[in-house]
Design a protein around this ligand. Structure first.
Ligand code: SF4
Length: 401
């Protein structure tokens, strides 16, 4: 990577004047156009727009209003955009307003209709040799990583890296290998812990993150739900049957960095760009399939050619904004709100072992990009405040009265 800082374009949700030319939609258009100009898209190129289309009752994914505008801008290049995500998310995307008619392009399951259209990519990480990359991504010429920035139970934050890492693979890789990587380290010693002890641990966990299989005398932790409150360790004192290994949490972060890198390796780097929507920032990911209170104020949109730069900038802006304390869900019982603790808001919510910068740092080590970025604001409120006020804009053409 060059020593030059990577550019990250920023469009604030705030505007300096009540006018269409200063609006958030215009900033989204402008940033998209700037990135398209920097991307050598050829006529007939197949353009994969990787999104998280959400699940079930979740409504806080990127609004179709913006998706349509991005699709139309891409069509002007002469390429053929299509949206892709996991087969389940694609199948019921219609319930959240995403259809070919509304988005303006086809929506294709990343690994085909039976989730079996994939190609193995070598990772050789913690005993896992390969992952099954979605064949649809492999077939595409251009990649637009279009992400909704929000919290995530397993790693603290879900954005551009997570969008490719978890959503770019067939379900068996996603669940058994990518999520499964946290289970490589042993955290239950059945020789030391009795059946009764295991049952007590399950009952004591305030997040129901532990489950017990009596037949096999196995205690399992759902790392997504664990908030590192260490109640299980306190109860285990003197027994030594259970562990909360720090490295298991890092392993997931490293795994998503590796798996997103493997997606990117299938593209010419010049033919990729990233857009992160910092709106409706919830504590958990869109995969939860439920509406959630937004725990950070809307910030805006970021765009870049560098995945590490955009992820770092996204996390920095969210850190600067901080949490909306009143909207933190009551079931998060161990949120650290101590202002003297230098913690990212997502670590405050999800626990000290879920540092959202960790995956980004692993990605930088893998030469995926640079955390050194220059934030270039587009149509800042200060700039637009000085512009000539627009005339009346309500109900312009077509008019019916
Ligand atoms: S650390 Fe806390 S949340 Fe995690 S498994 Fe133990 S008791 Fe449950």
């Amino acid at each position: 990577m060059s020593s030059e800082k990577s550019k990250v374009y920023f469009g604030s949700i705030q505007h300096g004047i009540m006018a269409k030319f200063a609006s958030f939609a215009v900033k989204v258009d402008k940033i998209t156009e700037m990135l398209i100009e920097q991307t050598p898209i050829e006529k007939k190129d197949k353009i994969a727009i990787k999104m998280h289309l959400g699940f079930q009752d979740g409504y806080q994914t990127i609004p179709v209003f913006f998706v349509r505008r991005i699709v139309e801008a891409l069509k002007k290049t002469g390429g053929y955009p299509f949206i892709t995500d996991t087969s389940t998310a694609v199948y019921n995307a219609v319930n959240r307003g995403y259809t070919q008619e509304t988005c303006g392009c086809p929506i294709i399951p990343v690994a085909g209709v039976k989730d079996g259209y994939s190609t193995p990519v070598e990772i050789n990480f913690r005993g896992f040799d390969t992952l099954d990359l979605g064949g649809v991504l492999k077939d595409a010429d251009v990649l637009i990583d279009l992400s909704h920035a929000k919290g995530h139970g397993a790693c603290g934050y879900g954005g551009a890296i997570k969008n490719l890492a978890l959503g770019g693979y067939a379900a068996s890789s996603r669940w058994y290998k990518i999520h499964g990587v946290s289970h490589v380290d042993q955290y239950w010693d059945g020789e030391k812990g009795s059946i009764e002890h295991a049952q007590k641990l399950v009952e004591a966990c305030p997040y129901r993150a532990l489950s017990y299989d009596e037949k096999n005398h196995k205690l399992a932790r759902n790392y997504h739900d664990c908030h590192q409150c260490f109640t299980c360790l306190e109860l285990d004192e003197g027994v030594g049957a259970v562990k909360v290994p720090r490295e298991s949490y890092s392993a997931f972060q490293e795994m998503i960095a590796i798996s997103s890198q493997k997606v990117l390796e299938t593209f010419d780097p010049s033919k990729v760009f990233y857009l992160n929507f910092l709106t409706q920032i919830t504590a958990y990911c869109d995969c939860l399939g439920a509406g959630q209170p937004p725990v950070v104020n809307d910030i805006g949109i970021l765009g870049s050619k560098d995945i590490i730069a955009i992820e770092t900038a996204t996390l920095d802006l969210i850190k600067k904004e901080g949490l909306i304390k009143e909207l933190i869900p009551p079931y998060l019982k161990h949120v650290n709100l101590d202002p003297s603790a230098d913690l990212h808001p997502f670590m405050r919510l999800h626990g000290p072992y879920k540092d959202p910068y960790e995956a980004v740092k692993f990605g930088e080590k893998l030469n995926m990009g640079s955390s050194q970025y220059e934030l270039v604001e587009v149509l800042s409120p200060e700039e637009t405040a000085k512009m000539k006020p627009a005339g009346k804009t309500f109900e312009s053409e077509p008019t019916f009265f």
